[in-house]
Write a protein that binds this ligand. Structure first.
Ligand code: AMP
Length: 281
């Protein structure tokens, strides 16, 4: 991979990287198209990164089908689907880790200890291996995007980090490889996330003055307890850059939530909330 990337660089070609864990859906394909519109060469990495999964998480069960993904990436015109083996990524003796301290702490941090360290470490390795000029990440994983932006800035990586809007199913459910775990009525229950987002955005749009975040969160929480099969991991309204909690809803605020459906499938979603005096959000 590195030898190929060096040749492209020598030829003056721009390289875009889209890191993924595979089991492609429209969200992944949309990131690939975005990259293809910006670069001469696009690398899509496919690596189910063991070090970002906790011991009780779904590493073994994570959906995998390399042949299916290969066809989908090829149909988009992706130049390289880079799917390294775990043993090649982490050979014996591997012991380095990258940690973005503060941004990894809150939100998904407490329920997924070590997760963002694993993400940063593998993304840094993928950057070294593919030598991209830019890399695209979905806003679906909003905390991840903020963490990677911070890492890139802090370590002077000279790689542009691009965020890509969330791609949704027709009924609003954010696309995710993990949606395949939803069985029967769980698919309907999963709409509780986007329902909460729609409600919050409407409350903000209709408010005559800035909403107090504490009050809005209490309202969202009391609605979510009535959603069948839903256990809230967190609901937060934070500043988009610092990920710190906001006090009143302002234009740089975003609503982030994580919910477990039937104590089994953990889903995340998020959306900007806009300011109280904005129109048409
Ligand atoms: P994953 O394979 O789930 O690790 O995701 C790979 C990349 O695709 C990450 O940057 C995700 O944020 C992004 N992604 C996943 N689902 C979506 C979606 N529904 N919309 C936009 N980006 C997404």
């Amino acid at each position: 991979m590195l030898a190929q990337a060096r040749i492209w660089r020598e030829q003056g070609l721009t390289i875009g990287l889209v890191p993924t864990m595979g089991w492609f859906h429209e969200g992944h394909l949309s990131l690939m198209r975005d990259a293809l519109n910006r670069a001469n060469r696009v690398v899509v990495s496919l690596f189910v990164n063991p070090i970002q999964f906790g011991p009780s998480e779904d590493l073994a069960a994570y959906p995998r089908d390399l042949e299916r993904d290969r066809k989908l990436a090829a149909a988009e015109g992706v130049h390289v689907l880079y799917a390294p083996e775990a043993a090649a990524m982490y050979p014996q003796g591997f012991q380095t880790s990258i940690r973005v301290a503060d941004l990894s702490c809150g939100l998904c941090g407490p329920s997924r200890p070590g997760h963002f360290d694993g993400v940063c470490t593998v993304v840094m390795k993928l950057f070294q291996q593919t030598r991209p000029h830019f890399s695209i990440f979905g806003e679906k994983d909003f905390q991840q995007l903020a963490v990677i932006r911070r890492m890139s800035r802090d370590l002077d990586l000279d790689i542009e980090i691009i965020g890509h809007p969330i791609v949704r199913e027709a009924d609003g459910l954010a696309m995710s490889s993990r949606n395949i775990y939803l069985k029967g009525q769980e698919r309907q229950q999963a709409l509780s996330l986007v329902r909460t987002i729609d409600y919050a955005r409407q409350r903000v749009a209709e408010a005559a003055q800035p909403l107090v975040v504490r009050d809005l969160l209490a309202e969202l929480g009391s609605r979510l307890v009535h959603e069948p099969g839903c256990r809230v991991d967190y609901v937060a309204i934070i500043d988009e850059t610092t990920l710190r909690p906001a006090e009143t809803v302002n234009p740089s605020c975003r609503l982030l939530l994580a919910v477990k459906i039937n104590d089994r499938v953990r889903l995340i979603d998020n959306a900007p909330l806009g300011g109280w005096n904005e129109t048409a959000i």
